[in-house]
Design a protein. Structure first.
Length: 82
């Protein structure tokens, strides 16, 4: 599981899960987003947790729901969750 945080404000822009993270490719070498994509979005990729796909999906939802309740919207790059 990871978070994309705005470089300028630190605000979460996305909570996500990936099977192409640092555990698979080594520290600092995730493959979910290219360096150009990260730079273009103006975010910092921060690994948060690891576990099964089901557990990480559940945790992603647990992070998005309170954010949405507090801010009236999901993080900018999170389109949906279940």
């Amino acid at each position: 599981m990871y978070c994309l945080n705005c470089i300028e404000t630190g605000e979460p822009k996305k909570y996500g899960e990936t099977t192409h993270g640092e555990d698979r490719y080594g520290a600092g070498n995730q493959k979910r987003y290219s360096t150009d994509e990260i730079e273009e979005m103006g975010v910092i990729y921060t690994p948060l947790d690891k576990g099964t796909k089901i557990d990480m999906h559940r945790k992603q939802t647990e992070m998005i729901k309170p954010y949405e309740q507090e801010n009236g919207r999901k993080p900018e790059l999170n389109k949906t969750y279940q």
